[in-house]
Design a protein around this ligand. Structure first.
Ligand code: GLA
Length: 391
């Protein structure tokens, strides 16, 4: 290519750089959405007071500065429909109404999300949106909703693709940009059609439990969900993400090291980072995990490439993600209960062996030096070492 042609291409590239586009033109969820959702910690115990306090805590704790944006009320904000079919928020728990709450969240510089369901009823048996899709979408837009999590309970013989396409059309018809979070638990393989129907993220599995791995078959653990991400990596990209469910970091069922592993893995998977803990009351070590800038930058890398497992040897695994600047982020995962040495070669992560590369430990925030051909580290039980490899 001639020098002039190169300059032209660079200028065109600049024209479509997301940061130079206006908010209206910028693609929704160009990087994995970051925020907070009420379900994992509070279940049905939601109220406007709780949501306001969480918005305050998001700002005060530094989570907002770290990149978290959406405050999402999950199930149980709604109680019935009025005679005209309008959805009615619970007057006891949301006495000021949803518009006032959304305004409050926006006044804190955050975005506001809400929950509904494609069926007759939600999973907690509140009214679903079936037959009211356009009416609900208009209401959400009037309230100032920026994000909709749309669940799949009580959908009987409905077709998932058609149901999610319908709500997307209804949201689009309002003219307000609203992120669509498809919550269909992976049953009808939404990674195959989620992007085509305009979904911005889609759950790939059943609900996450606050545990390292499943102790029985009723509740998935973090590692069970991780295993189910293998093979669907290429379906994710800017604007449309695989969603291995919300974070359990800080909810008490795992150790700090296990939570660090959970957060590292969700980051390298380019998963939505939706915190699910009580932001008003975070232990310092939990705060440090959720706000680690270098780890979050891996998740938010503009290339939007989902990391994948490149090596598995029993309980020892290596996960790698390609970054926009050509570097790789690598997570060494020790699923075992004793300390282990875990290594990988440059070939494992797509580099020629002779390359000399700088390795930086992201959790320690420390450069480890130049390495050639391979790298290995001692990894604590149920823990990770996360490094960036830059030739
Ligand atoms: C389903 C979803 C959860 C949560 C609950 C609410 O189980 O998968 O994430 O939204 O419903 O009832």
């Amino acid at each position: 290519m001639s020098a002039r042609a190169k300059i032209l291409v660079a200028m065109l590239g600049l024209l479509v750089t997301p940061s130079l586009l206006s908010a209206q033109e910028r693609p929704l969820a160009a990087t994995p959405p970051m925020g907070w959702n009420s379900w994992n910690k509070f279940g049905c115990h939601v109220s406007e007071d709780l949501i306001r306090q969480m918005a305050d805590a998001m700002v005060k704790s530094g989570m907002k500065d770290a990149g978290y944006q959406y405050i999402v009320i999950d199930d149980c904000w709604q109680v019935e429909r009025d005679p005209s079919g309008n959805i009615v928020p619970d007057p006891k728990t949301f006495p000021s109404g949803i518009k006032a709450l959304a305004d409050y969240v926006h006044s804190r510089g955050l975005k506001f999300g809400i929950y509904s369901d494609a069926g007759v009823k939600t999973c907690a048996k509140r009214p679903g949106s079936l037959g009211h899709e356009y009416q609900d979408a208009l209401k959400y837009a009037a309230w100032g909703v920026d994000y909709l999590k749309y669940d799949w309970c009580n959908t009987s013989t409905q077709d998932a693709q058609a149901a999610y396409a319908l709500i997307r059309d209804a949201l689009d018809a309002t003219g307000r940009p609203i992120v669509l979070s498809i919550c269909e638990w992976g049953t009808a393989k939404p990674w195959l059609w989620g992007k085509a129907v305009g979904g911005n993220l889609w759950r790939t599995t059943g609900d996450i439990g606050d545990q390292w791995e499943s102790k029985d078959r009723h509740q998935l653990g973090m590692l069970d969900i991780l295993d189910q991400q293998v093979g669907i990596e290429s379906y994710a990209g800017p604007g449309h993400w695989n969603d291995p469910d919300m974070l359990e970091v800080g909810n008490g069922g795992m150790t700090t090291e296990e939570y660090r592993a959970h957060f590292s893995l969700w980051s390298i998977l380019a998963a939505p980072l939706i915190a699910g803990n009580d932001l008003r009351d975070m232990k310092p070590e939990i705060h440090d995990i959720l706000t680690n800038k270098e780890v979050i930058a891996v998740n938010q890398d503009p290339l939007g490439s989902e990391g994948r497992r490149v090596m598995k040897d029993g309980d020892l695994e290596v996960w790698a993600k390609q970054m926009q600047d050509g570097s790789r982020t690598v997570v060494l995962l020790n699923r075992d209960t004793t300390e282990k040495q875990i290594g990988f070669s440059w070939e494992n992560v797509g580099y020629p062996d002779h390359l000399s590369a700088g390795v930086r430990d992201l959790w320690k925030g420390r450069d480890l030096g130049q390495f050639e051909g391979k790298f290995s580290a001692t990894v604590a039980p149920h823990s990770v070492v996360m490094v960036k490899v830059a030739p």
